[in-house]
Design a protein around this ligand. Structure first.
Ligand code: NAP
Length: 459
């Protein structure tokens, strides 16, 4: 077996190196997780919640090292801190709703019958996590899975391997037993073999469409339930009645934050013709003010992409679009840190069409295409003209209009005057190639538990 290397986008150095587990060692991890599960589930719910919250508190104690490591691993500027706001809010919310959500749903309870639906932990939950929000994407499943009484095996992205180690350190330091939460380094083949061997009772995969398809193929015939949180090509739609300044600010931040590497980042924008010129002007101004550079520099607002191969995809999409008639409005000379590799100047494209990859395939980088539309119908048709369905962001002054448009859009979330945000109380879900299942909210607990019906009769 070959070691897995974590190449830092900051300077191209090898930041970490780990040997993946052999299939035999990985199977032993899964077996230990299985053996530990009944004992963990038998502990009182309050105790599990307290231990999970204590684990997250220990992670907060590691803030400085976590922020520095995120920058080295995937390039996010340190000025943005870690992901602690979201990690803490999601942990608190899921903890707060656990008792009510996991309580039996009583249908009848009297001297003749007791009938109810209970929720039971699934067993061993396997999390396969991506690098782009390495803590948040893991927490979304880790917290409800453990609270519900599952044990967890985590395989993090090679680009952010150290995140799994930090989480395990924090949770174990808080008193969660080693076998209840295990972090592993695995290659793809071993990951797939474990799933095919029914080592897990639930797989949560967050990542690319191709990765999700590999998970499904590996699980074929095993009936292992799976949550698939895959790619996106999320649109913003600016209606004629929008607050222009707020729309520019939020949509451009949604397109550029984290160097565009957000599953629900804004990747395409449709603007009513009456606001189009002003929107484009504002967008160019907004993007021109970004500072591309070393993520450890306090001035930097745009770090390198996580890997130069991701930047190469974005460069190719931009070049193809320009060759096909798109206009690139940002002069790359404004961003001298662009090195042709992981450090990539942001870009705003107009004169784009849906025949261009940049408007149809996930870019996952600091580029956005803007198109002019004449009415809601045209905007809705364009928003739906996508293989993906994660979120859509509609800009209007009117709730009713936003809801009406929302009903016609094929996505898991509809935002009005917001974008690129996960609300822990709402289900994080998608349709089409964005995947299946849901995390966060009370439904997030349903993903990691199964219903069990009790039909008790006195005779
Ligand atoms: P990725 O390449 O699919 O990898 C995701 C994870 O799956 C990594 O741990 C990766 O391991 C593993 N993996 C990929 N293919 C595998 C295979 N065939 N067998 C076993 N393991 C496999 O995705 P990524 O580049 O890390 O993440 C970016 C993608 O995630 C984007 O498409 C983004 O939209 C999506 N995403 C979606 C959401 C959502 O909520 N919908 C949230 C965040 C990200 P290695 O790293 O070792 O290859």
């Amino acid at each position: 077996m070959k070691p897995i290397l974590l190449i830092s986008p900051v300077d191209g150095s090898v930041y970490a190196e780990r040997m993946p587990l052999t299939l035999q060692a990985a199977a032993a991890v899964a077996a230990r997780a299985k053996a530990a599960q009944k004992g963990w589930a038998a502990r009182p719910l309050d105790e599990r919640i307290a231990l999970v919250k204590a684990g997250v508190a220990k992670l907060n104690d590691m803030k400085d090292v976590v922020v520095e490591e995120i920058a080295w691993q995937m390039g996010r500027p340190t000025r943005f801190g870690g992901e602690f706001g979201g990690v803490n809010a999601r942990t608190d919310y899921m903890s707060q709703i656990a008792a009510e959500t996991l309580a039996p749903h009583m249908i009848e309870d009297n001297d003749k019958f007791r009938r109810y639906i209970a929720r039971e932990a699934l067993g061993v939950v396997f999390i396969v996590a991506p690098w782009n929000y390495p803590y948040l994407t893991t927490i979304n499943t880790l917290v409800p899975a453990l609270i519900a009484g599952n044990t967890v095996v985590l395989k993090h992205a090679s680009q952010t391997m150290l995140v799994g180690e930090r989480l395990a350190d924090a949770f174990h330091a808080a008193g969660i037993p080693d076998d209840v939460f295990q972090n592993v380094v695995l290659d793809h083949a071993t990951t797939e073999q474990l799933i095919a061997a029914r080592a897990f009772n639930f797989v949560n995969f967050t990542g690319s469409v191709a990765g999700g398809q590999s998970m499904e193929r590996a699980a074929a015939g095993t009936f292992t339930p799976m949550g698939l949180e895959l790619g996106g090509k999320d649109p913003g739609y600016v209606r004629a009645d929008a607050n222009l300044e707020a729309a520019i600010d939020t949509l451009m931040d949604g397109a550029m934050y984290n160097a565009g590497q957000c599953c629900c980042g804004i990747e395409r924008i449709y603007v009513h013709e009456s606001l189009y010129d002003a929107f484009v002007e504002g967008a160019v101004k907004w993007v021109s003010a970004l500072k591309l550079g070393n993520p450890f520099d306090a001035q930097t607002t745009l770090g390198p992409m996580a890997n130069k191969r991701f930047a190469a995809v974005v460069r190719a999409q931009i070049a193809e679009a320009v060759a096909a008639g798109a206009k690139a409005l940002i002069d790359p000379k404004l961003f001298p840190a662009d090195d042709g590799g992981a450090y990539l100047a942001p870009q705003v494209l107009t004169h784009v069409t849906h025949s261009m990859r940049v408007m149809m395939e996930e870019s996952f980088g600091p580029v956005v295409g803007i198109m002019k539309v004449k009415d809601d119908a045209e905007a809705i048709a364009l928003m739906n003209d996508s293989p993906y369905g994660l979120t859509a962001s509609v800009w209007t002054q009117d709730y009713e209009t936003a809801q009406d448009i929302g009903r016609q859009i094929e996505t898991g979330t509809v935002f009005m005057n917001r974008a690129d945000y996960l609300d822990p109380a709402l289900c994080w879900t998608g349709c089409k190639d964005t995947g299946r299942g849901g995390s966060l909210s009370y439904l997030g607990f349903h993903s990691v538990t199964r219903p069990k019906s009790y039909h008790l009769k006195k005779v």
